[in-house]
Design a protein around this ligand. Sequence first.
Ligand code: TTP
Ligand code: MN
Ligand code: MN
Ligand code: MN
Length: 411
Amino acid sequence: LVDETEVEVFSVPSYACQRRTTLDNHNNVLAHALSLLAENAELEDEDGRGVAFRRAAAVLKALPKPVTSMMQLRGLPCLGDHCLRVIKDILETGTSSEVEATKQSERYKALKVLTGIFGVGAKTAARWIRDGIHTLQQLRDSGHTLNRAQQAGLEHYEDLHQQVTKAEADTIGEIVERAVVSVLPGAQVVLTGGFRRGKLTGHDVDFLITHPVEGREEGLMPKVVSWLESQGFLLYQKTTRNSYLESNDGPARPASNIDRFERCLSIFKLIKEDKHETKQLGKLSENGLETPEDTCSSLTHVQTDPNPATPSCAKGQIHSGEDTGHRLWRAVRVDLVVSPISQFAFALLGWTGSKLFERELRRWAGYEKAMSLSSHALYDNNQSRYLRATSEEEIFAHLGLEYIPPSERNA
Ligand code: TTP
Ligand code: MN
Ligand code: MN
Ligand code: MN
């Protein structure tokens, strides 16, 4: 019998943006189970349920110790009956029957495979499943028309499901930096997304680009994309131009949570660094990259092969990779966003994530402060004016929140 007076009852603030959530947490099993139910809800295009599970998972991630008893959860925010049932199940039996059943379900598996294709969302996947398509092969055989993004997604499916390492993210960062300063000297590139929060791997790499002089960033994206394309670094790209100024969404907050920056969703062709080869050749330039005349592993290697499936390499013969069948490059998803300097702090905050942290910041702003926060601006409805900020710290201060650094935004 547990003496209730000895049970440590946890307490956390309601909004994830009021809490510090590191990558490590004390309740991985529980958080993971609730995240899977969140994912399943999102796959079923039930975003409301998805958010509820995400919030519950985030509360568990924020607890200072492992949960051992249901009594500890009394009074915690965001834990509804459904979530409590799942947690109880796991505490008592080690697993949740609902989570296990979901994992095993054909529908979940099919939705996961199909939405796992870049360019395929929950609605499209559901439509295909209604047509009897559950696997990639069935999709290929079905003769369904795929758009350009989906074609690229299917073609590079395996690569895009390999986690991107921090080292790969940094290599891509150097390529993007080179592209950006080549077309606009003085422009700046910042790594955002999960890698900025300290994640060691990611599903893509996110960059925010700006220039210290307002207006100089205009028209930058097409030039960066052209440069990258001319160097053979892009397997796919779709650029959307800035529509913030002409949008009629009203103050700060776009009609949807999707922002309106000039952005480019792309798939990079990343030449794999070959450690063995590097050592053999023993020639490193000062930035640690091989010099172009020695190997195609270098960033400066111009890929001129019109068919991106075969990396062009003047000295391709020095690699045994092609003979033994493993490719010397991989596809990596990369997101590029361009922001004017006046909106940079908001864009940086908005593109650092996590997605739930962002959502909670906006909810806090709206419900608790009567403010509208977006990746472009912060509007104060009480004062009927925009609040300027040149740093993330200032935005947190405007919102009346303690500053949370990126590494603690892993809600
Ligand atoms: P993601 O790249 O989707 O997520 P992530 O970097 O946190 O994790 P992963 O390792 O899986 O890549 O999104 C990064 C941030 O970008 C996220 O906080 C939300 C923001 N974002 C937008 O603001 N608008 C968008 O349209 C998208 C897709 C993301
Ligand atoms: Mn990312
Ligand atoms: Mn991204
Ligand atoms: Mn080569």
